[in-house]
Design a binder for this molecule. Structure first.
Ligand code: SF4
Length: 379
């Protein structure tokens, strides 16, 4: 089947482990987390910010690995990371238009921030007077897990500090919650849970607690996370419970994939908006119909009434929606090269991540807009 034909959801199977980085996904939507755990390929593009974050992450990893912070070395490491990321993006039919990544919003700022951090990679480090990291021994990408391996993952860095070790988790995005009122900066909740879980896993491995756990962002900010042994162990217990719950559901309903999908799914505007499995998620489409007032992503699925080329060679599609109120919508500014489904003469199409125009029921193509063709049996 062609890649731009709407895929079916894969058969959901039991998972072997929960990782700290996937833990909050399980709290948001178990189906999304299981699909990610069984390595289901993404069906929608990641935003440029994610790709730039990957590039910065890899570049800084190189600096931390070699300990070299010269300008020329930064340029070489950055360029090599860009090429690696662009190679991956270029293999994806719905992301390759994001190349060259240097044309994407935020490229120059991310590169500048990354360069500053690259040149003084140690500046993440000497912040606790009582526990200086400078010159300390460090280990990168360290695997931590429980004895049975059911909860585990790689922590970015473990550094020796005064009378113990520090766990450091690097974030490519912001670490503070921008929705917080007032002047006190509050870290993003799921980052906190993730590093506390690493602390619990560290305890499982070394029978001692880390002296410090730190969230560090590529924008230069960092936060040393206060923690107690009890709360970290509670998160570990919760991870086990989630693993058992999910695998029990999958085991009991193993012959009926739609029942598993329906049982595990937790559709909401918040979790679905950032989920790349929307194209084939029936509970998502059902929830949109049941709760139309929610702020769902601008996704549409329906029968083409008209598809025409505009003066600037872009395409305009008029569509009558299939699942939702049978209203007609238009989507303009579609780049033919980006959407092979539009040249397939399909009768039914599904659009994801369109952007709204000012006029009602009118939308246009955005950087992440993706179009799938619906095979006949789904029409
Ligand atoms: S689209 Fe929504 S309901 Fe479906 S897997 Fe993703 S987050 Fe869960």
């Amino acid at each position: 089947m062609k890649q731009w034909f709407l895929p079916r959801l894969p058969t959901v199977s039991q998972i072997e482990r929960i990782s700290p980085s996937n833990f909050t996904n399980f709290e948001q939507c178990k189906l999304k987390a299981v699909l990610a755990s069984i390595k289901t390929p993404r069906m929608l593009p990641s935003g440029p910010a994610q790709h730039l974050g990957n590039i910065a992450h890899k570049t800084l990893k190189e600096s931390r690995r070699t300990g070299i912070q010269l300008d020329e070395c930064f340029e070489i490491a950055w360029q090599s990371s860009v090429e690696e990321e662009e190679t991956k993006i270029g293999q994806s039919w719905f992301e390759k238009h994001l190349i060259p990544i240097e044309n994407q919003k935020g490229y120059d700022e991310t590169k500048e921030q990354c360069k500053i951090l690259f040149k003084k990679a140690a500046s993440f480090e000497p912040t606790l007077e009582a526990a200086p990291f400078r010159g300390a021994k460090k280990r990168h990408e360290v695997w931590l897990d429980t004895e049975d391996g059911r909860v585990g993952g790689y922590v970015d860095e473990i550094a020796k500090v005064d009378r113990g070790e520090a766990l450091i988790d690097y974030k490519s995005g912001k670490i503070f919650d921008e929705t917080t009122n007032g002047t006190t900066k509050v870290p993003i909740e799921h980052h906190l849970k993730q590093v506390k879980l690493y602390a619990a896993l560290y305890f499982c491995n070394y029978e001692v607690w880390p002296k410090l756990i730190r969230l560090a962002s590529f924008d230069g900010s960092y936060f040393d996370v206060p923690f107690t042994a009890e709360e970290c162990l509670l998160l570990l217990v919760k991870s086990y419970q989630l693993l058992v719950d999910v695998n029990t559901t999958i085991g009991e309903l193993t012959l009926n994939n739609s029942a598993v999908v329906s049982e595990l799914s937790m559709p909401s505007a918040k979790s679905c908006t950032t989920c790349s499995y929307r194209p084939c998620c029936a509970p998502y489409w059902a929830a949109r119909t049941e709760l139309p007032a929610e702020s769902w992503p601008f996704d549409f699925c329906g029968k083409i009434i008209e598809l025409k080329e505009l003066g600037n060679k872009s395409l305009l599609v008029e569509l009558i929606q299939k699942n939702e109120p049978a209203e007609t919508i238009t989507i303009r500014g579609l780049t033919p090269d980006r959407h092979p489904a539009l040249t397939e003469q399909s009768e039914f199409l599904a659009f994801f991540s369109a952007l709204p125009d000012k006029a009602p029921h009118a939308y246009h193509e955005g950087n992440l807009t993706t179009v799938y063709s619906l095979p006949k049996e789904l029409n």
